[in-house]
Design a protein around this ligand. Structure first.
Ligand SMILES: *Cc1c(COP(=O)(O)O)cnc(C)c1O
Length: 381
């Protein structure tokens, strides 16, 4: 195997699930958000680590993602948040998945599919994010559709916060009030559900989940920091370590160019190492002349441009570093850590995208109690 892979610590994931669910009030349970292959960590392996007494459901965005978990024998109930096409809603209902209903069009589809078979839904209300969910003005149409429906079971009603990561913004309070108002209108029309849910990772960590409500959290399960600034919100631990190895070291004299575009020139006699990883693996090209990696527990700067398959780093200040040394792109080595937030900050994005961008060319190696228990690679044969 090429010496570039991502190690995922299943014990740390289980601890994070415990930390997050311990934050929930009485009667509340977690909907673990495993969309986008569990933000790049691998949904199947992590789904198997979600205990049924603490995790009520697993959420994906697409039908395909839910079907992958179902095919792998995952027993927890699955919520497909969608949006989905009508044919996919029918397939999802056939498999017993719960359908997220992000608007009146999707509600109309679910009502049609429910003529043939029972359909379980979570109805989404737009409390102010302006993206998905039934808006206040669409509510009368939604009520009409629900009244006329047969075989439709509304398991939950939910909404999504736009800015829960910012504790100083009262927009989250305003969304909560708007959601309450819309729930009251639905109740007045005789429509309610046994469950409600609003909170994402940031809201869970800020303690905003109401007793009995469910919470939908993704990022915190992977050790990302959703609250900005982290302040006194409790944190979870990173579970992914993206590592590679030094495959070549060159001694270059002062004034030597490094990489495409010759954007870096040595200003002293330098030891420049090549790493077998690049932007095709998801190591963003914006790390060129900006990123830092860990070698022998110390930071080494990325010098020159990140290429599709290679990265060059400066080892001049790390005496003794040698071919074969482990290099950490993301994660911990000894006492140093490069977090997804650090990388995101350097390249102008969020930790969510840093995780999701680690490409399928990078095998995922799963550890449990320190031992390798599974390897997932697109090159599996
Ligand atoms: C992705 C997503 C979540 C999870 O968000 P995190 O910030 O990762 O916890 C929750 N709800 C919806 C509707 C989502 O799309």
């Amino acid at each position: 195997m090429r010496p570039t892979w991502a190690e995922i610590d299943l014990d740390a994931f289980a601890r994070n699930v415990h930390t997050v669910t311990s934050r929930l009030p009485a009667g509340s349970k977690l909907i673990a958000v495993l969309k986008a292959d569990a933000y790049g960590h691998g949904a199947v392996e992590l789904a198997r680590r979600c205990p049924g007494d603490r995790v009520a459901m697993l959420a994906t965005v697409t039908f395909e993602e839910a079907a992958e978990l179902h095919d792998a024998g995952v027993a927890l109930p699955l919520l497909v948040m969608g949006p989905m096409q009508e044919a996919q809603v029918a397939l999802a209902a056939e498999r017993g998945f719960t359908i997220g209903i992000p608007g009146p069009e999707e509600l109309a589809i679910a009502v049609r599919v429910a003529l043939e078979r029972d359909v379980k839904i979570h109805l989404k209300l737009d409390s102010g994010m302006g993206r998905m969910g039934v808006t206040a003005s669409e509510l009368p149409r939604a009520i009409e559709l629900i009244h006329a429906a047969r075989g439709l079971k509304i398991e939950a009603i939910y909404t999504h916060f736009a800015n829960a990561s910012d504790p100083s913004d009262d927009f989250t309070d305003r969304q909560t009030s708007a959601f309450e108002q819309m729930l009251a209108e639905l109740r007045a029309a005789g429509i309610d559900a046994p469950l409600h849910h609003m909170a994402n990772s940031a809201a869970v960590m800020r303690g905003l989940v109401r007793p009995g409500d469910y919470a939908r959290a993704g990022l915190v399960l992977y050790g990302g920091q959703p609250v900005d600034p982290a302040g006194d919100a409790p944190q979870t631990e990173p579970i992914l370590r993206w590592r590679t190895e030094i495959v070549r070291i060159k001694e270059l004299p002062t004034g030597s160019a490094v990489g495409y575009g010759t954007t870096f020139h040595t200003t002293r006699p330098s030891r420049i190492a090549t790493l077998p990883v690049g932007y095709a693996d998801g190591y963003n090209r914006l790390n060129s002349n900006r990123g830092e990696v860990l070698v022998r527990g110390r930071r080494a700067p990325v010098v020159g441009r990140v290429s599709m398959d290679l990265v060059t780093i400066d080892l001049t200040d790390i005496p003794g570093a040698a071919v074969g040394d482990e290099v950490i792109l993301l994660g911990r080595q000894d006492r140093e850590v490069v977090s997804a937030e650090e990388i995101a900050g350097r390249i102008g994005t969020i930790s969510y995208e840093v995780f999701c961008n680690i490409s399928a060319r990078v095998p995922r190696v799963y550890r449990d109690g320190g031992k390798v228990v599974a390897i997932r690679s697109r090159f599996d044969r």
